[in-house]
Design a binder for this molecule. Structure first.
Ligand SMILES: Cc1ncc(COP(=O)(O)O)c(C=O)c1O
Length: 403
């Protein structure tokens, strides 16, 4: 069922209501993105210099004003000094790939073992390649430096120079803005990997390329396990997750549905209208995922992806409660609301891809029809993730200054 509202549209996932309860009442852990995998990712991350759990902010005054029990924001802007969550995936996947290539048992080693000089000499021979709008590339560049490797990063057409430079500055990579769209840039990297013996470390999957993206998603689970621990007894009833290819959203959703399996939250997947590939796939409703053609334009650069991640699509299709497609104005509202909090609530610097869920949640909370649709009431506990800070500082300033 599709609903049209000013500046956004919503699909309620009817299929989900039929399947989720029985799936989550099963005792069996889901095979992917479960608590054991999250524990392994957290174990690795804890040994990396600069690790600490990112803050979970409680917007008490906003929650009171909006008549809900709680509104929480897991703020990933401070993750590893990278201004975005993506380094979690790059670091964990690189660790697993290096263990595989160097014949190390990944359960027996961690980052500290990679300080060994002989091991670093072997790592120095290994070169990674990836295509990215920015944040994943920054994570790969940073992780390459940590592990003593190198990387080449290719950005799609229209990427901001500031994002390209941030990738090079973050670690040990060269970064180039191409004339290709995101999917073409991925193909270019895949070809380069074949020709030059580089390792493609891409955060989306396709037939025959699934293990490395799976490890990237496993790495994202650290933010989810941290949030679950930080929430303590405040069990979320509603989780809003932004999606580009849906790798982060799918992994984090799976983890949270398994962690809170006795009382699973309603999960909403939020995308830019122009690049809403998961939304469109749900709308077509044939069970398959579908790509968006052309060069979609949105200020949500990290969410500007045309093809859903095939690893997480089946989970999103079957278990998300709502799919939402938002115009840029929604994230602009979210960015300004994070920057100008209610009363004594914390201020958050949130970038274009980080703030869209807050912008949407605020619209929903202020409208009775929408509250009913999303089943929000005075007992609701809302969890949001700010996935990036001001990764494009000039644009950030311009948006915050406008109204
Ligand atoms: C800041 C930010 N948030 C969210 C996402 C979405 O992640 P995914 O592509 O896994 O859906 C990205 C992706 O690059 C991102 O950079």
């Amino acid at each position: 069922m599709e609903y049209h509202f000013k500046d956004f549209t919503v699909i309620q996932n009817k299929q989900k209501a039929l399947t989720t309860e029985s799936q989550h009442n099963e005792k069996r852990q889901p095979l992917l993105f479960n608590q054991h995998i999250a524990a392994d990712a957290l174990r690795l991350h804890k040994t990396i210099p600069g690790y600490w759990p990112t803050p979970l902010l409680s917007f008490n005054e906003l929650a009171e004003a909006m008549h809900v029990r709680g509104i929480y924001c897991k703020n990933e802007a401070s993750r590893f000094g990278l201004n975005a969550f993506k380094g979690l995936g790059g670091a964990y996947a690189m660790f697993r790939i290096l263990c595989e290539k160097l014949n190390l048992d990944h359960t027996a080693v961690d980052f500290r073992d990679f300080q060994d000089e002989a091991l670093r000499k072997r790592c120095a021979q290994i070169h990674f390649v990836t295509a990215t709008d920015g944040n994943h590339g920054k994570g790969v560049s940073w992780a390459a430096k940590l592990f003593g490797c190198s990387a080449s990063v290719f950005l799609p057409k229209g990427s901001a120079e500031v994002r390209r430079k941030a990738i090079e500055d973050a670690g040990n990579a060269t970064a180039e803005i191409t004339a290709l769209n995101y999917d073409q840039a991925v193909e270019h990297c895949w070809k380069l990997a074949q020709e030059k013996g580089w390792i493609l470390i891409q955060d989306t999957a396709w037939d025959g390329y699934e293990q490395y993206p799976e490890w990237i998603i496993d790495g994202y689970l650290t933010l989810a396990v941290e949030a679950a621990h930080q929430l303590e007894k405040n069990v979320p009833t509603h989780v809003f997750l932004q999606a580009g290819v849906g790798a982060m959203a799918g992994g984090v959703m799976e983890f949270l549905l398994s962690y809170y399996r006795k009382k699973p939250p309603l999960v909403s997947i939020v995308e830019p209208t122009e690049a809403a590939c998961i939304y469109q796939s749900a709308k077509i409703g044939d069970g398959q995922h579908h790509a968006i053609e052309g060069n979609p334009a949105t200020i949500m650069a990290g969410l500007n992806c045309g093809t859903p991640c095939r690893l997480t699509w089946p989970f999103l299709r079957d278990k998300a409660s709502f799919f939402c497609a938002c115009d840029d104005v929604i994230t602009e509202e979210g960015m300004r609301a994070y920057a100008n909090p209610v009363g004594g609530d914390a201020t958050v610097i949130a970038g274009e891809s980080g703030a869209v869920t807050f912008g949407l949640a605020r619209r929903i909370l202020q409208d009775d029809t929408l509250r009913r649709l999303f089943r929000i009431n005075e007992d609701s506990v809302i969890l949001l993730i700010n996935t990036e800070g001001d990764t494009d500082p000039e644009n950030y300033k311009r948006i915050i200054a406008s109204s």
